[in-house]
Design a protein around this ligand. Structure first.
Ligand SMILES: [Zn+2]
Ligand SMILES: [Zn+2]
Length: 623
């Protein structure tokens, strides 16, 4: 709409150890799993009217090809060397432990960290071998270090380049400040090969893949190539010649986009990004977004299927706060934004003007728009452009909403419902002015709320498929109006309460104690909890979490499947006395029947056994 030629690409990041571990837990291949994810993401984007020119997958052939080309180019240009390094190795699994397969302590801040990043603490990327006290993620075993040859990218030789580059890089301050700080400190060479089957093969090595952070951003190039194939444009003009590349990312991947990625592009002779725009993190009801703790609102199940319009959430996301700040989603704020801003301000104005015109004139009056209104619209247009250029989408949408507020008071103040009886000419003038504001609002809000604005556009004769921002000043055509409908619908208080309760139930289910309700003694007595002795334990094939246990509960023996493999080896559990919920409804896990549930303490998602203070007979009741 600003008259720039834009290609908007995105895609699913499909490689790396999280996918492999997740697929293993679900008993499927990584390829099967990424297909499910990819289809899901694509569908959700479509349902939310998020339209990419191309939405690809990093496992597509074109991305394998482009990644190998770039790695080969880096090798030819002398930026890759091999070195033998000590790597975490699990003696139980008898294998090397790449990235997420190893957990331990961050050497920089001392927090719990994953193999390749300090996700809970300082957010740094960690190189293989850097993590302290390494443990195997699968069985919790203490990892040992073994030597192996790996490939390194000479990131250290890009220090001067990056310092200069980051001076000129545009985008949001949150991204740029972090990146500049990081580069000023020590810049280590970067290990870009991994002992995995899943991923893009390292050129010339069948036993290794490239690190996922090599092939993931290269997706931006290969998706552009795919788009070019479809449309006949030349992708090299975008990625090898002069163009403006802008990345929209989350704050947690600034390091990769501002440091690795530009160095890689520079080393292989590709166009460098001109801006990196990072958004803040998502919060749910003021708490950190977390699937495992239940602080999540699913777009499909909790929003679309509940009958909420995609445009309302789009407006919320854009208008809640500055793009760089954390985005808090709460149902109460949602209700407020929809009912006060969309319904009472924007929708009210548009509907009143259209309805009045339709009822009294049947068509758009043929008078010129007042210069005062032209000025007001021009002001809004300038504000919007300025805000968009500084990536402040809230400011842009506020400027449009302000124009709607102005329209409301202009209509109210001039009282066209009185003018129609006393001064028809003046009435037509006021209505024409208001209709021009409706047109400007429709165009300026189209990127935020496309389907609602298309409906208005259809009534007033605007083709929303080819909008230009200058059109806000093109006088609205004097056509006949059809009967308008209300553009936004008020959300009922009861619905919001229902949604809040749904969220609270989920949080409770995940074991958060701060929102829990009381249970009666009667409720508790429904549970038959007894002390049992673990007499046999073995791994369940295909699962990294589950163990099959046999327990003696006094008068009988039970088979129980428990998620203990992340904390204990099977042999460690034999002979332990543990509390068991024996009237738990039987269930099948990974095809194995479980006839009860062993109670344990949950420490950051890992089970810790509960034991009796002294030896007690098996079958003892817990109450
Ligand atoms: Zn292991
Ligand atoms: Zn750290």
């Amino acid at each position: 709409m600003l008259g720039k030629d834009v290609v908007f690409v995105c895609g699913s990041d499909t490689h790396g150890t999280p996918i492999v571990i997740n697929a293993e837990e679900r008993n499927m291949t990584p390829k099967e799993l990424i297909k499910i994810y990819h289809r899901h993401f694509k569908e959700i984007f479509e349902k939310m009217s998020i339209e990419f020119d191309y939405y690809g997958s990093t496992d597509d052939y074109s991305n394998h090809h482009r990644t190998q080309e770039i790695v080969l180019e880096l090798i030819r240009n002398g930026y890759v060397y091999s070195k033998t390094i000590p790597l975490a190795y699990c003696p139980v699994c008898d294998r090397f432990l790449p990235d997420r397969y190893v957990e331990g302590t961050c050497p920089y801040c001392g927090m719990e960290a994953r193999g390749d990043e300090c996700d809970q603490g300082c957010g740094r990327h960690l190189e293989p071998g850097e993590i302290l006290n390494p443990r195997c993620k699968i069985d919790g075993a203490k990892a040992e270090y073994r030597e192996q040859e790996h490939y390194f990218f000479r990131l250290s030789s890009f220090k001067e380049f990056l310092l200069r580059y980051l001076e000129d890089l545009k985008g949001t301050e949150n991204a740029l400040n972090y990146a500049r700080e990081w580069v000023k400190r020590e810049l280590k060479d970067w290990c870009i090969s991994r002992n995995l089957d899943w991923g893009v093969k390292f050129p010339g090595r069948d036993d290794m893949v490239v690190y996922v952070w090599v092939d993931a951003p290269i997706g931006y190039i290969s998706f552009t190539e795919e788009y070019a194939k479809r449309t006949g444009i030349n992708w090299e003009e975008i990625w090898k010649e002069k163009s403006e590349i802008v990345h929209f990312i989350g704050l947690d991947i600034v390091y990769h986009h501002c440091i690795f990625w530009p160095a890689m592009l520079k080393g292989a002779g590709y166009t460098l990004p001109s801006a990196v725009v990072a958004s803040g993190m998502v919060k749910i009801q003021d708490k950190t977004f977390s699937k495992s703790r239940g602080y999540v609102v699913w777009v499909e199940d909790d929003y679309l299927k509940e009958g909420f319009h995609p445009d309302y959430l789009r407006y919320y996301l854009v208008n809640y706060t500055s793009h760089q700040k954390d985005l808090n989603f709460s149902w109460k704020i949602f209700e407020d934004k929809v009912n006060n801003e969309l319904v009472n301000t924007l929708g009210n104005f548009m509907y009143r003007v259209l309805h009045f015109t339709w009822k009294n004139f049947g068509r758009i009056p043929e008078v010129s728009v007042s210069s005062e209104i032209i000025k007001k619209i021009e002001e809004a247009r300038k504000n919007v452009i300025e805000s968009i250029e500084s990536y402040e989408f809230k400011e842009a949408s506020d400027a449009v909403m302000e124009l709607a507020s102005f329209g409301n008071s202009y209509f109210q103040h001039n009282k066209p419902w009185e003018l129609i009886k006393s001064n028809l000419e003046k009435c037509q003038q006021v209505i024409k002015d208001c209709l021009q504001i409706v047109k400007a609002l429709t165009i300026l809000f189209y990127p935020v709320m496309p389907s609602s604005m298309k409906e208005i556009g259809d009534i007033i004769g605007i083709d929303t498929t080819s909008l230009k921002i200058e059109d806000v000043q093109v006088e609205i055509s004097p056509l006949k109006l059809s009967r308008p409908s209300v553009p936004f619908k008020k959300i009922e208080k009861e619905k919001i309460i229902e949604m809040q309760e749904k969220l609270i139930r989920r949080i409770e289910k995940m074991g958060n104690t701060d929102t829990q309700e009381y249970v009666t003694l009667e409720d508790f007595q429904k549970m038959n909890i007894r002390i049992g002795k673990i007499i046999a334990a073995e791994r369940i094939k295909g699962s990294s979490k589950l163990l099959k246990l046999e327990v003696d509960i006094g008068d009988e023996k039970r088979q129980i499947v428990a998620g203990f493999a992340t904390s204990y080896r099977p042999e460690e559990l034999i002979g332990e006395l543990v509390p068991i919920l024996v009237n738990m409804k039987p269930a099948k896990l990974m095809g194995v029947e479980s006839q009860g549930m062993i109670l344990a303490a949950d420490v950051n998602g890992k089970p810790v056994l509960l034991k009796t203070e002294k030896e007690v007979p098996t079958g003892s009741i817990v109450r």
